[in-house]
Design a binder for this molecule. Structure first.
Ligand SMILES: [Zn+2]
Ligand SMILES: [Zn+2]
Length: 227
């Protein structure tokens, strides 16, 4: 730990990758010897593909990655918190939403891309790659000198975006007849007779009640029958 806090942050100020990726982080120092460790705390633009226009993390909005890089023999381990903000609308009542998203990530960043195994057919190679992906592996670039966090950020936050975003779990939604927000107007309702189908049912019910009433009258109030 350096005596000046700013130094720690500045060490990881992004140097532009040759490809000018805004998600590139220089890791040549921490990767230079086994057992090295470095703190990472930086803000990146959100990549595309985290949710959609209706609800998601808006591309370019701030995503903070805060954690530690630890150097192992074959690569780096990144243990970090990835946080951003999802914006959009409630899928039931269309209210504007703004929700913080926080993911905890442990990823392996190998210095070299996985080499094809020696006794291989191509099929076996595919299986290997699939296993790598399942373990949150993000190969480093440029001989291990750079990490590019674009995919890592996207994968981490994508999992937190609900397919049905809601303003609250029991959102009552909108009145299907006139769009009134039923959360704000819990007493809002329409007379059932407004719908001809209900009118028909109500008519039938009245008829039945009338008949029942007549029966009761015949039997003298219906109380003396039983007993
Ligand atoms: Zn809602
Ligand atoms: Zn209504």
């Amino acid at each position: 730990m350096s005596e000046n806090n700013n130094d720690t942050t500045r060490r990881h100020t992004r140097h532009l990758h040759p490809d000018q990726s805004p998600w590139a982080v220089r890791v040549s120092d921490v990767g230079s010897a086994i057992g090295r460790s470095e703190h990472l705390d930086d803000v990146f633009p959100a990549p595309t593909g985290i949710g959609d226009d209706f609800y998601g993390v808006h591309p370019g909005s701030d995503v903070r990655v805060e954690g530690d890089l630890d150097s192992l023999k074959d690569g780096l381990i990144l243990t970090a918190t990835v946080s951003g903000t999802a914006t959009g609308r409630c899928s039931r009542c269309l209210t504007d939403l703004e929700n913080p998203l926080t993911a905890h990530v442990t990823a392996f960043l190998p210095f070299e891309p996985p080499e094809p195994s020696e006794h291989d057919g191509e099929e076996e190679q595919d299986v290997d790659l699939e296993q790598e992906e399942a373990q949150d592996v993000y190969p480093l670039l440029e001989h291990g000198n750079w990490a590019d966090l674009e995919s890592l950020i996207r994968d981490a936050l994508f999992d937190l975006v609900p397919t049905t975003p809601l303003c609250k779990p029991d959102c009552k939604g909108l009145c299907p007849l006139d769009g009134v927000n039923l959360n704000e107007h819990p007493d809002h309702h329409h007379e059932k007779t407004a719908d001809p189908r209900w009118q028909a049912l109500a008519g039938l019910r009245q008829k039945l009640e009338r008949e029942e009433g007549q029966d009761r009258d015949k039997n003298g109030d219906g109380q003396s029958d039983k007993q």
